[in-house]
Design a protein around this ligand. Structure first.
Ligand SMILES: Cc1ncc(COP(=O)(O)O)c(C=O)c1O
Length: 374
């Protein structure tokens, strides 16, 4: 049995109970930030080793707030991977700092720590690595480096909620971690994000930063203590997250089954690079493969079109940040980060979400084989 005629590459799974709970919140007359946000923050904190956790409207907003929290701005440098979604680069640029790109591992896509060390200057304030499904980079080495040079670390953990390093969930150790609850992520709040922090003082500053920089004065009036934006999550979103969290382990187990089916069913074709296999305690938000399309008489577009015609949705995760218009404006050019550039050229994201069944994955693999080698 398969799931449906058209397999989207990602799709949220919303229970009837969560839909009912949204209606209840809407009828409660308290629909913006309130008790459900508090409840979800506490529930998430428990999954992050009881570290202070605050909700925001997106992971991108969480990164903007994280950079402000670390007092990063004009004249500072932040080291980040050339292969990631655009959020880290954009938020670094937006706060006035310079994004210093380095390459990543071709298979795990983890930031290349030897290149990080070489890129550190007296202006460097932080490292912003992105974690990818299937394997984390060496977190001990990352934090040893950060400690050696007294750098902050802001982990972009948007894709890896639930993944563990040596038995500890991402977010439960280290410095700052940001998570996304966009509908394509491991759990959703429609749009939303979380930031995991070191202590209550940081959490209190995040509460100020996520709401206009407002602090309440003893006389019940308000002060603006630092100029900031507005990133507070609504209770409507939070109640969805609470329901998603109760299903989280089942979601991850299903994603694991699907990833294992990809590894067993994927055609063994020379030149194709699969994601890392067999690392313990990893969650599977995406299944991205690298394909040298021209070896099979294709471009990525013609390959994706052939899959689309066979009822299979695909994505591209991700383009190379340093080759975007914004990246190039900092002097970056083609050829500087070969792994990031190869990933950007060859990557394709295949369907992987909780609505899929193992038989879907087997069929997708059969179509990939037919399209590439007949
Ligand atoms: C690696 C990574 N980081 C950050 C984000 C941004 O997440 P959000 O949409 O919640 O801002 C995404 C979204 O796709 C992502 O894939």
């Amino acid at each position: 049995m398969t799931s449906s005629a058209y397999r989207k590459f990602a799709q949220p799974q919303l229970s009837e109970a969560s839909i009912q709970a949204v209606a209840d919140v809407l009828r409660s007359n308290w629909i913006t930030t309130g008790p459900k946000v508090n409840e979800l923050e506490q529930a998430l904190s428990q999954t992050f080793g009881n570290r202070p956790t605050r909700l925001l409207t997106s992971a991108t907003g969480a990164m903007e707030v994280a950079l402000a929290l670390c007092n990063i701005g004009a004249g500072d440098e932040v080291i980040t991977s050339a292969q990631s979604f655009f959020s880290a680069m954009n938020m670094i640029v937006k706060c006035g700092a310079k994004p210093v790109f380095v390459d990543c591992d071709l298979v795990t896509r983890a930031i290349a720590l030897d290149q990080v060390e070489a890129a550190i200057t007296p202006r460097t304030k932080a490292i912003m690595p992105t974690h990818f499904p299937g394997a984390l980079g060496d977190m001990d080495a990352l934090y040893a480096l950060a400690k050696k040079y007294q750098l902050r670390v802001i982990e972009d953990a948007a894709l890896v909620q639930g993944s563990k390093w040596q038995g500890k969930p991402v977010g439960a150790f280290g410095d700052i971690a940001t998570f996304s609850f966009h509908p394509n992520k491991n759990m959703t709040t429609i749009e939303g994000g979380a930031i995991v922090l070191n202590d209550e003082a940081e959490a209190q500053r995040v509460e100020v930063l996520r709401f206009h920089g407002i602090a309440k004065l003893p006389d019940q009036t308000r002060d603006v203590v630092e100029a900031s934006g507005k990133f507070n999550m609504s209770d409507v979103s939070a109640v969805i997250g609470l329901h998603q969290l109760t299903q989280f382990d089942d979601f991850m187990a299903q994603r694991q089954v699907l990833a294992e089916h990809y590894f067993t069913s994927f055609p063994a074709i020379p030149g194709i690079v699969l994601p890392p296999q067999g690392q313990p305690d990893q969650t599977w938000n995406m299944f991205c493969v690298l394909i040298p399309y021209e070896n099979f008489g294709h471009t990525r577009n013609s390959f994706r079109a052939a899959l689309h015609d066979a009822g299979i949705g695909t994505g591209v995760s991700y383009e190379a940040c340093h080759l975007t218009t914004v990246g190039k404006s900092f002097g970056y050019t083609e050829g500087m980060f070969p792994n990031a550039e190869r990933i950007a050229r060859e990557t394709v994201t295949l369907p992987l979400h909780v609505g899929l069944m193992a038989a879907d994955v087997d069929e997708i693999c059969a179509v990939v084989k037919r399209v590439l080698v007949g």
